[in-house]
Write a protein that binds this ligand. Structure first.
Ligand code: 4GW
Ligand code: MN
Length: 353
């Protein structure tokens, strides 16, 4: 009788190869992971986004920022400069108030980084009338000494005021559709900023500051506002209990926030961050608004409701106090040491008809 030949069962072959398969998988997923940040995001051509540690220029920034000898009051560990307002969130994001920072130190730091800032503003239909004063006052108070691109999104490019600006500052006009419903004009800002982040901003600026146009600068707004992602406290809600915030309260909306959640009520008219973060924020908010539309729902305060939802789930790294967005018809409370960016009264029937 012929001896039985030994045939290895299938399971044994698999076991033998298992370590090889494992090492192979590790190798390829490793490759894919390493390539993701480079391939996934178009990088700023000439100036790196400093906050992104994956950026090649990151270490340059750490090495190069060496401040000159400066004279200023010593910070005192047991003497907080502001005791009347909250200057830090529970997730350690600073809230920017007058007195809580030294502009000279910040300017020295940022000067070394040679950054450039994009200020986006929408002037659709009759809102073009706000542009002149907006840009004029920004030239006086917004990021003085820095490089600034004003990105004016409008359906009426020929009505954008022609202004001569100093070196390093320019107006860039971006033509957009003039949507019929005003809610649509407001909400579509997210989509348009998202698209322009990919097409323009990433090649041209490091930070985006996105604001309303029916506004004027009345005091300094500088590099103290910059960070990865920031929002601004709405001037009407800084004392309000969270259950009374005008968040979207219908659970069927993507912007839904239940009454026992929420940190602050952020204003829709002033947010920003690095181009990358603003790209993600606006993309997320736009997708959420489209998902709502598919279900026949529109959030109570439109893009502002979605911004509030986003900033609840993705905590901002910096928060601007109401100094940065104040209503011109409201008296200043004692804690408001500066009013930097003020609403311009509009004749509602005239401007909105
Ligand atoms: C009602 O008829 C309108 S029209 C409400 C907003 C309108 C509008 C807004 C517009 O016709 N053209 C326009 O460019 N906008 C932009 O959306 C503009 O940048 C404006 O600052 C932003 C938000 O609208 P708003 O300033 O009127 O909203 P509130 O009163 O909440 O600040
Ligand atoms: Mn406004």
């Amino acid at each position: 009788m012929a001896p039985a030949r030994h045939i290895a069962p299938v399971g044994t072959t698999l076991k033998r190869w298992l370590p090889v398969i494992f090492v192979g998988l590790m190798f390829f997923t490793g490759l894919a992971w390493n390539n993701f940040p480079e391939g996934g995001w178009p990088r700023c051509a000439s100036y790196g986004v400093i906050d992104n540690p994956l950026d090649d220029n990151y270490m340059d920034h750490v090495m190069n920022v060496q401040l000159p000898r400066m004279n200023y009051a010593q910070p005192k560990v047991l003497n907080p400069v502001r005791t009347d307002v909250l200057t830090m969130t529970p997730w350690f994001a600073p809230i920017v108030w007058e007195g809580s920072f030294n502009r000279d130190i910040l300017n020295e730091q940022y000067k070394k980084r040679n950054i450039s800032i994009g200020l986006t503003v929408f002037a659709v239909k009759k809102y073009v009338v706000f542009l002149q004063r907006f840009i004029e006052t920004a030239e006086k108070f917004f990021m003085v000494g820095q490089r600034v691109n004003y990105y004016v999104f409008t359906d009426l490019p020929e009505q954008v005021p022609k202004m001569t600006l100093p070196d390093g500052r320019q107006v860039v006009t971006i033509q957009v559709p003039g949507y019929k419903r005003w809610q649509e004009v407001s909400m579509r800002r997210m989509e348009m900023i998202h698209d322009a982040s990919m097409r323009n901003f990433v090649y041209e600026v490091d930070y985006i500051v996105a604001v309303d146009v029916d506004m004027q600068f009345t005091d300094e707004v500088g590099v103290e506002i910059l960070g990865d992602v920031f929002g601004t406290l709405h001037p009407g809600f800084y004392e309000t209990e969270r259950q009374h915030f005008t968040y979207e309260r219908r659970a069927s909306s993507q912007a839904y926030i239940p009454e026992d959640e929420g940190d602050f009520y952020y204003a829709g008219g002033f947010f920003g961050g690095t181009v990358k973060e603003v790209f993600m924020l606006t993309g997320h908010c736009h997708s959420a608004m489209m998902a709502d539309r598919d279900r026949g729902i529109e959030a109570i305060w439109h893009d502002e409701s979605h911004l509030n939802k986003y900033l609840l789930n993705h905590k901002p790294t910096k928060i601007l106090s109401p100094e940065y967005l104040w209503d011109c018809n409201t008296r200043s409370p004692p804690f408001l040491l500066k009013r930097r960016f003020l609403t311009v009264s509009k004749n509602h029937t005239q401007i909105r008809s």
